[in-house]
Design a protein around this ligand. Structure first.
Ligand code: PHE
Length: 360
């Protein structure tokens, strides 16, 4: 009996001494496993006298039970300790602000934002969106727009031409969005009300010019369209875009081969410190060119100028973005500087709508 007691003390001491779950499992196998020391005792039973066998069996079973209980208790204790350590290590302060995820951290480029704002305004006036390719034919970019061969805009210092093709034609990067007027009038019968946002290219680079920039073309063709409609559309557009109740606009006679009469439009602003205030002040900034569609252009797309008239305008989107959001240098728009993008970019979830306020 004292042997059993000794064995039990030894095993219980080992259980208490087990520092972790692996060590405890070793103790369990050594005691209660198939080849364990307690299991070995059961083998002795066979050789015993029946009267001894009963008492010994009971004693071994009692020992087994106590060892098993001790193992369970020690296991619970070790697991609890392990959990306490983990909880301590993985402590979370739920009062901390939520970290910005990838969607929240990303920024919409001001050009994309401004394109969406402009689109929203014209869509509300019933315009639909048309698009054309960046690489254009001479016909669409110039000839059909009534730009004669000797016009300076055709000179290679203004336009990016590709190498001459076998048929003698030379594709070019479109110098304005106006070729989409031609494409649309050739594809769709009037009445037409479209805007065309897109990239355009000219050989130019300084603080307010980059070789690639953005325009929005507008075109309306119908049977009763006049300059008053054009002025109303532009004025409504400027008020909505700059989010002001009134704007000062100045129409200056100008010349574009594809419109007659042609105007350049300036918007009035005041400079207060570094800030530009649209709608007040005595400074003028040119923002767009416009006019009534030239009869020759209508003829070039097989529309009868005695039946149809229209107006067109071309707005510089980059200029609009600079004016509204106060970026001083256009070249920064395309420098891919993350600090600039983080500062001037827009949250991905701020989709511009007229109802909510375009830029809120
Ligand atoms: N295409 C002209 C430009 O790029 C702008 C314009 C468009 C003028 C439509 C009149 C009508 O300067």
């Amino acid at each position: 009996m004292s042997d059993l007691q000794h064995l039990e003390d030894e095993i219980l001491a080992a259980i208490t001494g087990a520092a972790d779950l692996t060590a405890l499992e070793d103790v369990r196998v050594g005691a209660l496993g198939k080849k364990g020391r307690v299991s070995a005792l059961m083998k002795d039973l066979g050789q015993m006298e029946p009267e001894d066998r009963k008492a010994f069996g009971q004693a071994v079973n009692g020992l087994k039970q106590r060892v098993s209980d001790a193992l369970t208790a020690r296991k619970d204790a070790l697991q609890e300790a392990e959990m306490a350590v983990r909880l301590q290590a993985e402590q979370a302060d739920v009062t901390l602000p939520v970290r910005e995820g990838p969607i929240g951290a990303g920024r919409i480029h001001p050009i994309t934002q401004v394109t969406e704002e402009v689109t929203e305004i014209f869509a509300d006036m019933g315009f639909s969106i048309a698009e054309g390719p960046d690489i254009e034919t001479d016909e669409n970019n110039f000839t059909a727009l009534n730009i004669p061969p000797e016009h300076p805009a055709r000179q290679t210092q203004d336009s990016f031409y590709f190498a001459e093709k076998a048929d003698g034609s030379r594709p070019l990067l479109r110098t304005h969005t106006s070729p989409v007027q031609i494409r649309t009038m050739r594809a769709v019968a009037p009445p037409l009300r479209i805007i065309v946002p897109g990239r355009v290219y000219r050989r130019d680079s300084d603080q307010t010019h980059t070789p690639m920039f953005h325009q929005v073309e507008g075109l309306v063709v119908d049977e009763e369209t006049h300059f008053g409609h054009l002025k109303w559309v532009l004025e409504e557009f400027c008020k909505s875009y700059f989010e002001v109740d009134g704007v000062k606009m100045r129409y200056r006679a100008s010349h574009f081969p594809f419109t007659e009469p042609s105007m350049e439009v300036d918007i009035g602003y005041a400079k207060v410190g570094d800030e530009i205030r649209i709608g007040e002040g005595d400074e003028w900034m040119e923002i767009l060119g416009c006019g009534m569609v030239h009869p020759n252009v209508l003829r070039n797309v097989d529309l009868d100028p005695d039946r149809y008239q229209g107006f067109a305008f071309g707005v510089g989107l980059d200029r609009l973005a600079m004016l509204k959001y106060g970026m001083p240098d256009l070249r920064d728009f395309f420098a891919n500087d993350l600090r600039w993008l983080r500062h001037y970019g827009f949250s991905t979830l701020d989709v511009p709508t007229l109802a909510r306020g375009l830029s809120s």
